[in-house]
Design a protein around this ligand. Structure first.
Ligand SMILES: Cc1cc2nc3c(=O)[nH]c(=O)nc-3n(C[C@H](O)[C@H](O)[C@H](O)COP(=O)(O)O)c2cc1C
Length: 197
């Protein structure tokens, strides 16, 4: 089996739900399996550390998860139009992978969740693309042949999957949002399959 890493941060669960749907899309491709990982929250106390295995939910990501995967889906809630600090903090620990060129040529995709419709979905998606480009990854989005992009009245962008979660982050994913999450996971896995032969 070839692994696609679905790596996300989620405080209230909306981005975590998107990760599960993207993983389902990945596993629609024969021979591909999703490895779902999260990152711990950052501490307000410098150098406070958490156990490496959380009490519940997805395991925390390691550098080996990134090294071993054949593709990466990276997701974060929008924080002031940008990715959340815990995900950025984890990415900022990846210099050794960058020095070794470990991620060069691997396909990647991004996803996000916001509370408001025009609260920065696209900017957050792009903010996550920047470090991945530095790592030499190949970005994949969602083509308009996915007709949900034309009809959605909430999330879903050509830059990546997105979800309008509402002020309490409890709004369920719409049908279009769900289909576009799965399409992104599927496209990422298909691309990884082609690249790895
Ligand atoms: C510090 C902070 C900043 C936020 N900034 C934005 C923002 O710029 N635009 C927006 O629409 N929502 C913003 N939100 C709301 C979250 O993006 C939204 O609740 C998201 O769906 C949470 O995802 P989660 O359920 O995976 O934690 C912010 C939330 C927090 C805590």
């Amino acid at each position: 089996m070839t692994d696609i890493l679905v790596l996300y941060y989620s405080r209230y669960g909306a981005t975590a739900e998107m990760a599960r749907l993207i993983a389902r899309g990945v596993e629609e491709i024969s021979g591909m399996q999703a490895r779902i990982r999260t990152v711990p929250p950052v501490s307000t106390v410098c150098e406070a550390t958490e156990d490496s295995i959380p009490d519940e939910g997805s395991p925390y990501a390691t550098h080996d998860d990134l090294r071993e995967c054949s593709g990466l889906a990276l997701g974060s809630p929008t924080r002031f139009g940008n990715m959340a600090a815990p995900l950025k903090y984890f990415l900022d620990t990846t210099s050794s992978l960058w020095l070794g060129g470990d991620l060069i040529g691997k396909p990647a995709a991004v996803f996000t969740s916001t509370s408001s419709m025009h609260g920065g979905q696209e900017t957050t998606l792009i903010s996550m693309m920047l470090p991945l480009l530095h790592h030499g990854m190949l970005l994949t989005g969602i083509p308009y042949s996915e007709t949900g992009l034309l009809h959605t009245e909430s999330g879903g962008t050509p830059y990546g999957a997105s979800h309008l979660a509402g002020v309490d982050s409890k709004r369920p994913l719409t049908e279009h949002e769900q289909v576009l999450c799965r399409a992104l996971g599927k496209r990422l896995a298909e691309t990884a399959g082609k690249l790895t032969g």
